[in-house]
Design a protein around this ligand. Sequence first.
Ligand code: GUN
Length: 299
Amino acid sequence: MTAEIIDGKAFAAGLRARIAEQVARLAGDGLVPGLAVVLVGEDPASQVYVRNKARQTREVGMHSVEHRLDAATGQAELLALVAALNADPAIHGILVQLPLPPQIDAAAVIEAIDPGKDVDGFHVINAGRLATGQPALVPCTPLGCLMLLQDRAKAQGGDLSGRRAVVLGRSNIVGKPMAQLLLGANATVTIAHSRTQDLPAVCREADVLVAAVGRAQMVTADYVKPGATVIDVGINRLESSEPGGKGRLVGDVDFAAVREVAGAITPVPGGVGPMTIAVLLANTLTAACRASGRAVPTV
Ligand code: GUN
């Protein structure tokens, strides 16, 4: 069997189009969702992310604000900016780009963000709301994975209810919220990790396997049940064969081998990656609707 390729880039484009329709509808009703992104320092990868976020925010018709702070910015200055954004009625979503420079305590900054504006879904209040089934803002990457999985299940005439899901990885920003989302969709969920005994056998139980470990091509064909849906969250750069050259981007899944076993698989790049900014915009729409007492539209 050769797996169907799950096209995250196309799904994300459709999602942004549906968000833009909702933003246009809200604008007619006097509400323009606003997203503020804060970047401290000059990390090149972060600069690219922040530029893409700002462009896509404007493209769906939202209000976009960027704050670029010097790499030497102190904690108090950043907390003061977060407090100002919390108090700004034109801002419905706040994202402080990670990683932060070493003089700043990232956890303290995240906890200072108003949970209602925490469009990253990293605040403990949002983690707790997700875990207890209350309305939350959910981290973008796992929410994007869930959307792809639900879309695939729906195309097959079903849903995730009762399916066996294995989440490989237990980070606060992907593995744990991914497991909560799958549980919320009535899947039977296992969280596997580096200490799990006989990891390939545990993963082979999965109808749905989400790999989020950050180890290049670790998931080989023997981890995958024939016909399973495999979601690859990893973004790893292999060493270049040329000195000074840029190595190839690969996921946590050995794509060439696993696509011969799986029923469906996300590629890297072009799978989960393009979903994250689109979901960030969906979260901003959600935050704006909740803040103004409006119903949250389904996108
Ligand atoms: N850096 C890389 N990805 C992310 C993200 O999703 N949110 C934040 N805040 N920083 C990041």
